[in-house]
Design a protein around this ligand. Structure first.
Ligand SMILES: C[S@@+](CC[C@H](N)C(=O)[O-])C[C@H]1O[C@@H](n2cnc3c(N)ncnc32)[C@H](O)[C@@H]1O
Length: 247
């Protein structure tokens, strides 16, 4: 009977970014939960399996693929996310009920505490199922972005804010560094007349990673064109960026 679940942060997609803690846990466990991405994003499922293959090095293990639906678009964003999480919770609950192993690992992209709903879902389910769980931190894409671009994410004595497009859109002026996740809307272009630098990366940490940096006004169009090209070629885009006031 299942006793413990580990929510394992796997970093931005390449095995080299696994922490030692995540690696030794993956070595020890025999069973893993993996969100099953279909279509264009199937590669994200494959990358998780690649990580398992590298760490397991030929040892056998089992995976349960979770057929999570894509979030439905709609006017009431918060409501839609709530419905989506409910559907995912049902699928996860059902999968956990049938597990015979005592422990299972759930591979989570990046860090499980950042823009990822599984931790909240798990709090709900674990209480109902009297299941204990642990969260293993992972390296997040924005940390790798900063390192690869050799840029400090923070400025002296100012905050660093993590945004999604919905929150960034409401900002009138950017006066301190901001990191933007999950932006499908080129929200950076709303700020192109402000004295900002952009550090932009796609598929960060992977073989296809690509970076652009410069004054936002100068390279905003170039990034927009590149986004279109990457989306067309690869079918999906994983991008993260930092906006920093020019000094
Ligand atoms: C659902 S959030 C999950 C974030 C994740 N928990 C983390 O710590 O990176 C997905 C968003 O994270 C960012 N992201 C995650 N991995 C990335 C990567 N390898 N390259 C670029 N952006 C990435 C993108 O903004 C993407 O839309």
């Amino acid at each position: 009977m299942l006793k413990k679940l580990y929510l394992i942060g796997i970093g931005p997609g390449d095995p080299k970014y696994l922490t030692l803690e995540a690696k030794s846990l993956i070595e020890k466990l025999n069973l893993f939960l993996i969100p099953e991405k279909k279509g264009k994003k199937e590669e994200l499922t494959k990358k998780r399996i690649e990580i398992l293959e590298v760490v397991k090095g030929g040892k056998t293990y089992q995976c349960i693929y979770l057929p999570f639906p894509e979030r439905k678009r709609g006017i009431n964003y918060r409501e839609k996310v709530k419905e989506w999480r409910k559907e995912k919770a049902e699928i996860l609950r059902e999968a956990l009920l049938h597990i015979q192993e005592e422990e299972v690992g759930f591979l989570i992209w990046g860090d499980p505490t950042l823009y990822d709903g599984h931790l909240d879902i798990l709090h709900e389910i674990a209480e109902e199922m009297k299941l204990s769980f642990e969260v293993i931190p992972g390296l997040s894409s924005f940390q790798v972005l900063g390192a690869k671009m050799k840029v400090s994410l923070t400025d002296l004595a100012t905050p660093l804010t993590l945004h999604t497009p919905r929150s960034l859109r409401n900002a009138k002026e950017i006066k301190h560094p901001v990191v933007v996740f999950l932006d499908n809307y080129e929200t950076f272009s709303l700020f192109k007349d402000q004295p900002l630098k952009i550090y932009w990366g796609a598929y960060v940490g992977g073989k296809e990673e690509i970076f652009k940096s410069g004054t936002l006004k100068d390279i905003s169009e170039e990034i927009k064109n590149l986004r279109k090209e990457l989306k067309k070629n690869k079918g999906y885009l994983m991008e993260i960026y930092l906006l920093k006031p020019e000094r």
